[in-house]
Write a protein that binds this ligand. Structure first.
Ligand code: SF4
Length: 365
């Protein structure tokens, strides 16, 4: 069943567009400090290779501005816009805009209030930049909190809507909104309510969601439920882990809902008493072989020949294991039976043919 997306306004961030019927963009935030310039550049390049479409960088001091300015001049963010993330110091936000950042992420509540926010809005207009109003449960306005009987979620909602109206009153519309809570249910409530009340693009995320395992699950539940309701124009899966994994998780969420396809969608069976091979080993190796493929491709790795091809009939190519043997199948049909020892090599050859490349896709096998 196709998901009907809510029709939001289209905004522009560098070379990309967000909202309306544009693709839901996948973003991540760098983990390296700007002072570690070489590591930061490497991380950004890895993110771009993994398909990250918007890259957020924490700006903590003047040194960070110098570094992002240099990266911008080099064209590092030409196709993958940079969002400068600033807390508290509006001068850093102002300098980030002057340095050419495509977007700044600010929380008007902690950047110096309405007056400082207005200065930033005027600069963003001048620079043709975008702003993300990023409010989260850790930084709710005290007045709103009191007014809402210390209900953080309601206070956060009130704050966010006030900021949206303020931006409109300043005749600035090139902005997106995020309102994050670490509780999945609160986040869903917040975004659902925002989606009813405003039609600016929404950036979805579950803040401080946890490590690789629990974070990916919490994000999939929260972001997934919202996306399924047609809510959300850009997403970030926050993980206490490698930023590239955030991007991969983002695409898995989107592709599992049929909203995007990017690179390989690996299907592997959970294994059971019928499994005929070390499936974890083979699934990991197939993942390595196919890591560089950007073309959407579904690949199945199944533990038995009985259910393998049938269960993975949607796959473009796959392997199903028998006793010391394996079958390679394409589009659900078995096309080759091989010895287990040769399976990765021959799979790689078939994969190469499938993606219309005479050479093998990977040099590993
Ligand atoms: S495909 Fe075969 S081995 Fe894998 S879980 Fe299903 S029955 Fe078990």
């Amino acid at each position: 069943m196709e998901i009907k997306r809510k029709n939001t306004k289209e905004i522009k961030i560098g070379s990309r567009k967000i909202g309306s019927d544009n693709a839901i963009l996948v973003q991540s935030m760098t983990k390296n400090k700007s002072a570690q310039q070489f590591l930061l550049r490497e991380e950004i390049n890895n993110l771009i290779s993994a398909g990250c479409e918007i890259i957020r960088v924490a700006i903590t001091d003047a040194e960070c501005i110098k570094i992002i300015k240099k990266f911008i001049k080099e064209g590092l963010f030409k196709n993958n816009p940079i969002v400068a993330d600033i807390q508290y110091d509006h001068r850093l936000a102002l300098d980030s805009l002057k340095a050419g950042a495509d977007c700044i992420r600010i929380n008007p509540g902690n950047i110096g209030g309405i007056e400082k926010t207005e200065i930033l809005i005027e600069e963003a207009k001048k620079m043709n930049a975008c702003i993300r109003i990023g409010v989260n449960s850790g930084s709710v306005d005290k007045k709103s909190l009191k007014k809402n009987n210390f209900n953080k979620t309601e206070a956060l909602l009130e704050n966010t809507l006030e900021y949206v109206r303020f931006f409109e009153n300043c005749n600035f519309y090139n902005f997106k909104v995020s309102a994050k809570a670490s509780s999945v249910t609160d986040s869903i409530y917040l975004y659902r309510t925002l989606s009813e009340k405003i039609d600016y693009p929404l950036h979805l995320g579950i803040t401080e969601s946890g490590n690789e395992f629990s974070g990916a699950i919490k994000s999939s539940v929260g972001i997934g439920i919202l996306l399924n309701e047609g809510i959300g124009d850009t997403i970030r899966v926050s993980l206490t882990s490698d930023s590239v994994k955030e991007v991969k998780a983002g695409y898995v969420i989107l592709s599992s809902l049929g909203l995007r396809s990017y690179g390989v969608n690996l299907i592997s069976c959970p294994t059971c008493g019928r499994t005929k091979a070390d499936l974890k080993y083979y699934a990991e190796n197939v993942e390595k072989i196919t890591a560089g493929i950007k073309k959407p491709l579904t690949i199945a790795v199944m533990g038995c020949i009985v259910n393998g091809p049938g269960e993975a009939k949607e796959a473009d190519i796959g392997i199903a294991f028998g006793e010391k043997k394996a079958a390679i199948f394409v589009k659900g049909k078995t096309i080759k039976r091989v010895n287990e020892a040769d399976v990765l090599k021959l799979f790689n050859e078939e994969l190469g043919k499938l993606i219309e490349n005479k050479d093998s896709v990977s040099k590993n096998f």
